[in-house]
Design a protein. Structure first.
Length: 204
């Protein structure tokens, strides 16, 4: 295993030859996660110097650009941050994304995907029953079509829990700019303060 930092200071690890007992993971809640060849899901990390970080990930690590967007998490007129979505050698729309801004926790969010909408709904019910803070309401993303919601974690970053992500054919894909984060839902303003300056770290 080797590890190194990208231009934004995010740590990356490359490994080979890990040891496994090949026992499948069995969720105590019965959730079945979509992983396998698609990997565990995706991560979004901070990159204030987004161009240099994107170039490093593409030119050195070999990731490809899926698409990008200018995100306004607190709504029209609020602060604007660029997000670049990057994919690796599988069909998941993005395995890593870059957020143009600093994040004290070092991570914007992680996403895990389950097999059915019912599993998403049951997790949503459990989160509400446990009084877990929502970082975004239920919604469907424009680019990867994931139906999901976001909750705060004790580590100060958000967890996206979703289903229905589309599988890409990269030979038939053209990079584009998304003009909205979601087709419907995903009200991110609930995770921010009234002045729009709160970060995921404030969720802890």
């Amino acid at each position: 295993m080797i590890w190194f930092h990208d231009p934004a200071g995010n740590r990356h690890e490359l490994s080979h030859g890990y040891v496994s007992d090949f026992a499948p993971f069995c969720s105590p809640q019965g959730a079945r996660f979509v992983s396998g060849d698609l990997g565990y899901g995706h991560a979004v990390v901070p990159a204030p110097n987004i161009e240099a970080t994107r170039d490093f990930l593409m030119d050195v690590l070999g990731l490809g650009l899926s698409d990008f967007m200018m995100h306004r998490p607190t709504g029209e007129g609020g602060p604007e941050m660029r997000i670049d979505f990057l994919h690796c050698a599988n069909g998941r729309h993005h395995s890593l994304a870059l957020f143009e801004g600093p994040v004290p926790s070092g991570c914007v969010h992680l996403m895990v995907e389950v097999e059915t909408l019912d599993e998403v709904g049951r997790a949503y019910d459990r989160a509400c029953a446990a009084d877990i803070r929502l970082m975004a309401t239920l919604g469907r993303h424009t680019n990867d079509r994931m139906v999901s919601f976001y909750i705060a974690t004790p580590g100060g970053f958000a967890l996206e829990y979703g289903c229905g992500g589309r599988i890409m054919d990269w030979d038939r894909h053209t990079v584009f700019e998304s003009t909205s984060a979601s087709l419907w839902g995903h009200d991110f303003s609930i995770g921010f303060g009234a002045d729009g300056t709160a970060t995921m770290a404030d969720a802890a």
